[in-house]
Design a protein around this ligand. Structure first.
Ligand code: SF4
Length: 299
């Protein structure tokens, strides 16, 4: 049986569950805040056998509730118990910020293993979108510390594997964006190089499947074609190949490359909204400011 892995930002949406049910030979890993997973839902997940929930938790009560809201940590702990009791393989999704590195010294990973977690995705806070807070971006030392802790934990023989492709990149070889090993597809079938890079492909996945581009004489019929034909995606993969895996993020480690990729949009997509945006004064000013903040950070 060939196992392919799909990651979902999952909302217990019946359509998403139906997709997983239609493909029992595929593994679907999904992110959840865990608050809506009841005992009944865990029984269903266990019976399906091809869903791996990653429950968002950012430390203990103080750190998790600070990000997710009061009372969430307690509900998440309950969900973890339900998942373990039902025999589901599950993991955690942890976002490193400047505020929560100390949880590792306080036994956070041991607590998660005791709860029954078997894997973890360790992400790094990315300053993107309107509500982003640069004060929450972890320092390079904090990122390095997380990477080191996971390397030690992963080789300790404890049945838990922590994946952190940014700060401990040896396992997955650094940045996965633009189809290297990952793309982000939103609910309207727009395809993005990375969930943190809000610049979609000029080709929409649904349009590709419905033959819109074929009618225009373009060979863009599926996701593979989009990844091959989209010039921005090709450029990002090309830039990633030349990069040191230990400084791998296009966005927070390599702002000059991000600028190069964004600036080429104007040439690649002369008629798209995004190229228009980067050509106009506001877009240029925003790009300049963002890149300068990133440069300060990546220094
Ligand atoms: S661009 Fe940065 S955040 Fe996106 S996949 Fe690459 S390393 Fe991860």
């Amino acid at each position: 049986m060939s196992i392919r892995q799909y990651n979902f930002f999952f909302s217990q949406n019946p359509t998403q569950i139906a997709v997983a049910e239609r493909h029992p030979d595929k593994l679907f890993q999904f992110y959840t805040n865990g608050t809506l997973i009841t005992k009944e839902v865990t029984r269903h997940i266990a019976a399906m056998g091809n869903l791996v929930p990653l429950v968002s938790v950012h430390g203990f009560q103080k750190e998790t509730d600070a990000i997710r809201g009061n009372g969430v940590y307690e509900r998440v702990m309950r969900t973890m118990d339900y998942l373990t009791q039902a025999g589901v393989v599950w993991g955690i999704s942890f976002v490193l910020t400047s505020q929560n590195i100390d949880v590792f010294d306080a036994g956070f990973l041991d607590t998660m293993v005791e709860k029954g977690a078997m894997l973890g995705r360790f992400l790094t806070y990315m300053p993107t979108g309107r509500g982003s807070d640069w004060n929450l971006v972890p320092t390079p030392n904090q990122r390095e510390k997380q990477g080191e802790i996971l390397r030690t934990f992963n080789s300790s023989g404890i049945p838990f594997f922590g994946i952190d492709y940014m700060n401990n990149p040896d396992f997955v070889k650094g940045c996965q964006a633009a189809g290297i090993r990952y793309v982000y597809v939103d609910s309207e079938a727009n395809v993005y190089p990375c969930v943190f890079l809000p610049v979609p492909s000029i080709f929409n996945l649904k349009d590709a499947y419905q033959g819109v581009y074929s009618q225009q004489g373009l060979e863009v019929r599926n996701l593979r074609d989009i990844l091959i034909k989209d010039p921005l995606f090709r450029k990002i993969r090309e830039l990633a190949k030349q990069r040191d895996d230990h400084k791998c993020c296009l966005i927070i480690d390599n702002p000059a490359e991000l600028k190069e990729a964004c600036s080429m949009l104007a040439f690649a997509y002369p008629v798209s909204d995004f190229s228009g945006f980067f050509q106009n004064e506001l877009g240029q000013a925003m790009l300049k400011e963002y890149i300068s903040l990133l440069r300060n950070y990546a220094r």
